[in-house]
Design a protein around this ligand. Structure first.
Ligand SMILES: Cc1cc2nc3c(=O)[nH]c(=O)nc-3n(C[C@H](O)[C@H](O)[C@H](O)COP(=O)(O)OP(=O)(O)OC[C@H]3O[C@@H](n4cnc5c(N)ncnc54)[C@H](O)[C@@H]3O)c2cc1C
Length: 353
């Protein structure tokens, strides 16, 4: 049996734990210094911009395609195993504000058709018919992506962990990896023990899926992976009376996600540490209200923020062996797409093992 430790109980660590749990040769432990599904995952909106992303080829598109295919079975599979329903909404509507933008989407729709995926282009009247409560006066139309979806990230993460535990994975929360003992053989390094506040674990493989916490761990291993925290703020609001949206609507990076019972998530800001913005959440809110005027009357139930882990010196995400180590795998730095790319990350980690 290979003893595998996963550090990090966010969406990435949870997906890896579940996918690896199907292999009976692995004895898996997942730890988190907190409780799971907090940190970046706890703040996420769960939008899976796959088919509708502007990534056309290469690694970025390959990862999206792997995730899209896996998501088409994953939610049903998890529900069958655990009995848990994971809230999700099928289909995304992307608003378009200029003919040039529509032309760009037309080009993408043709490419996606060749790749075996669908995108529908709607003119303004089709958009208005699909979403009668939207103010479409500034819009020329929309792109509808029927195969993309939005999923509740916290519910998905906790269900993945429940299924992983049922499959024999050991879960250990409030367990912080503080140090790793390493043997060195020339240039090759091998981690053999993970030290935590709850005791020591001997490991054959260590998977670092610790989001922003991956930086101090890699620093400890003397191969620091620099990550920039990119702040995101969002809110949950409720309307008194709503005949409103039943699909996720997104435009100019402002997303409206219907939750049912007249409630919506609205977000999210993208705030780089070196470029402070003035009242960014207010600006998101103003834009959301301009698309969907009924929101102006909404009650704000809560606001929250989280930090996205963005690799400072390489493309997101980072899924590779830590340089110099034969058994430490990085699965981190997912920046704005950790929920989308978690299944593809698990697939790549399986290949690396
Ligand atoms: C406002 C906002 C909106 C977003 N919306 C979307 C979206 O719509 N779609 C999308 O795909 N992505 C979205 N994201 C991005 C997404 O949330 C992240 O990419 C994703 O959550 C990263 O997951 P993770 O598991 O790598 O990290 P995290 O969720 O941060 O989990 C890492 C875990 O590791 C633990 N940890 C750290 N160090 C240690 C240690 N030493 N020992 C033990 N445990 C440790 C932490 O406690 C944490 O629980 C959004 C992010 C934000 C902030």
């Amino acid at each position: 049996m290979k003893r595998i430790m996963i550090v990090g109980g966010g969406i990435v660590g949870a997906t890896i734990a579940y996918e690896l749990s199907k292999n009976s040769e692995f004895q898996i432990t997942i730890i988190d210094k907190d409780v799971p599904a907090q940190a970046s995952t706890g703040a996420a909106l769960g939008l899976l911009f796959g088919v509708i992303s502007q990534k056309k080829q290469g690694r970025a598109w390959e990862l999206r395609e792997i995730s899209l295919r896996r998501y088409s079975q994953l939610l049903v599979e998890l529900q069958e195993q655990t009995g848990e329903t994971i809230p999700h909404l099928q289909g995304l509507i992307h608003l378009c504000f200029s003919p040039e933008e529509m032309a760009k989407w037309q080009e993408l729709a043709s490419l996606r058709e060749q790749q075996g995926w669908q995108l529908e282009l709607w003119n303004q009247s089709q958009l208005q018919a699909a979403c009668p409560t939207l103010n479409t006066s500034q819009m020329v139309g929309a792109v509808y992506s029927p195969q993309d979806l939005q999923v509740n990230p916290q519910a998905l993460t906790t269900t993945l962990l429940k299924a992983a535990e049922q499959n024999g994975v050991t879960l250990s929360w409030e367990t912080e990896a503080t140090a790793v003992s390493v043997t060195e053989n020339g240039d090759d390094k091998h981690s053999h023990t993970v030290h935590t506040n709850q005791g020591d674990w001997e490991v054959d493989h260590l998977i670092i899926a610790a989001g922003l916490g991956s930086f101090p761990l890699t620093q400890h291993l003397k191969k620091p992976l620099p990550l920039t925290p990119v702040l995101g703020q969002a809110m949950r609001v409720r309307l008194n009376n709503d005949n409103g949206l039943s699909s996720v609507v997104t435009g100019n990076d402002v997303h409206l996600i219907p939750l049912g019972k007249n409630e919506y998530w609205v977000g999210a800001t993208v705030e780089f540490p070196e470029q402070p913005l003035v009242d960014p959440l207010d600006k998101v809110w103003e834009q959301a209200c301009s698309y969907y005027p009924a929101l102006a009357e909404a009650e704000i139930l809560e606001t929250w923020s989280g930090e996205r882990p963005r690799p400072s010196q390489q493309a997101a995400p980072v899924i590779e062996y830590l340089e110099g180590y034969d058994n430490v795998i990085l699965a981190t730095g997912h920046y704005r797409n950790g929920v989308l790319l978690a299944p593809a990350t698990a697939t790549k980690v399986k290949e690396l093992l």
